[in-house]
Write a protein of this length. Structure first.
Length: 145
């Protein structure tokens, strides 16, 4: 079921109840009652022929995602420009980490080991950048004398 149909159900004061466990830790199924969907004009769009009522799947973080979306839509030209510059820079660093430093595949399986590998990769990238700046500084200092 689409979000628009979920809003329609909520506008008509229909109650969508959570049912079942969280799926893969991030999604929750919400079911309507069959009596709520029986006379609904959107029944053909949101209810499968094999079901009696609509089912909506929401992300657990849905409210925070909606807040972030509203906040981003309210951005002005300056904020969009800053975000574009930030995204360009960060995607370059992430691509470098995946291509040159092996972050495309983790060497260990546990979450702690993956975190350690990410920290070591970030340290390697930072040390490389620090060495480059240090060499440029030395060249600059000796060029002045």
């Amino acid at each position: 079921m689409l979000i628009n149909e979920a809003r329609h159900a909520l506008k008509q004061r229909k109650i969508l109840r959570p049912k079942g466990k969280l799926q893969r830790g991030a999604f929750q199924y919400f079911h309507a009652r069959a009596s709520d969907c029986h006379d609904c004009p959107l029944r053909a769009q949101c209810v499968c022929p094999s079901r009696h009522a609509c089912v909506v799947v929401f992300d657990v973080n849905h409210p925070s995602l909606l807040r972030a979306q509203r906040k981003r839509l309210a951005w002005g030209k300056h904020e969009n420009c800053l975000y574009e510059r930030h995204r360009w820079h960060v995607e370059g660093v992430h691509g470098e980490a995946k291509t040159w430093y092996g972050l495309s595949r983790m060497s260990q399986r546990s979450l702690d080991n993956m975190r350690i590998q990410a920290f070591l990769t970030a340290a390697a990238i930072n040390l490389k950048r620090l060495a480059t700046v240090f060499i440029l500084l030395i060249v600059y200092v000796f060029a002045r004398f």
